[in-house]
Design a protein around this ligand. Structure first.
Ligand SMILES: O=c1ccn([C@@H]2O[C@H](COP(=O)(O)O)[C@@H](O)[C@H]2O)c(=O)[nH]1
Length: 244
């Protein structure tokens, strides 16, 4: 258990199941067995396999991060979050750029589903600036502030809107932690162990660095799922974060 976050060490690594079928997902989950307790179901898997991906993982006793990055008017987001929250996901994403009203609506939707089901309310995370952006790509979209400043602005808004945390690059974790404190979740993709390639990720850090800088949980996809030996990749990552 980490004293500050209260999150068990094993729940701090989330493996992103970015595959296009239920069977491919099942193969990875079976292969990784007890070494992984938390998985992310993103758009590729959810659009390919549907809600059974989430229900299967929950039946296996795993925690599920449903990363659908909702971004729409508050009414649509409230009811869509309520619909997906009923599947039993533990973390669900919306885009912070949807604004205060939309993030408040997302929390309401999650609370409605929790009340109905009697299960704990899923945590809502707000995506700040995607980790695939660097400053050049960000400026091309019309971004006026440097990425770090924009991330901090969105993190503050997310915190004020009552969501449970943000998704950001590990490079922004220290500054977000200073502004939002504990127990705000800072979930960081863009994690690259020293043995992995960066692929399309731009704002990256190693697993140990991300945790040192204040990330609560690490999202790791291809460095594990596309590794020659995914079990070995997980074991190396766990060793690194335990300092072994
Ligand atoms: O800013 C963001 C938000 C979400 N993601 C998601 O995380 C994983 C990362 O996968 P890797 O293979 O480790 O790059 C992926 O599912 C993204 O959709 C992100 O990368 N950045």
């Amino acid at each position: 258990m980490n004293n500050k976050t209260g999150i068990a060490a094993d729940d701090r690594i989330i493996i992103a199941l970015d595959v296009n079928s239920f069977d491919k997902m099942k193969n990875i989950v079976d292969m990784l067995g007890d070494s992984v307790s938390f998985y992310k179901v993103g758009m590729e898997l959810f659009y390919s396999a549907g809600s059974q991906a989430v229900t299967y993982l929950k039946e296996k006793g795993k925690h599920v991060f449903l990363d659908l990055k909702l971004h729409d008017i508050p009414n649509t987001v409230e009811h869509s979050i309520a619909a997906v929250a009923r599947l039993g996901a533990d973390l669900i994403t919306v885009h912070a750029a949807g604004g205060r009203g939309m993030m408040e609506a997302a929390v309401r939707g999650a609370s409605e589903a929790a009340k109905e089901s009697g299960r704990p309310r899923p945590k809502i995370l707000a995506v700040t600036v995607l980790t695939s952006f660097d400053d050049k790509g960000w400026a091309e979209t019309g971004g006026q502030l440097p990425i770090l400043n924009h991330v901090l602005r969105l993190a503050k808004l997310a915190h004020e809107s009552g969501v449970d945390g943000v998704v950001a690059s590990p490079r922004e974790a220290t500054a977000i932690r200073e502004i939002c404190g504990e127990p705000f979740e800072i979930v960081t993709p863009g994690i690259r162990p020293s043995f992995a390639q960066s692929n399309d990720q731009k704002r990256i850090a190693t697993p140990s660095r991300a945790l040192q800088d204040g990330a609560s949980r690490l999202v790791i996809g291809r460095p594990v799922t596309k590794a020659e030996n995914p079990q070995k990749a997980v074991s190396l990552i766990l060793k690194e974060i335990r300092g072994e």
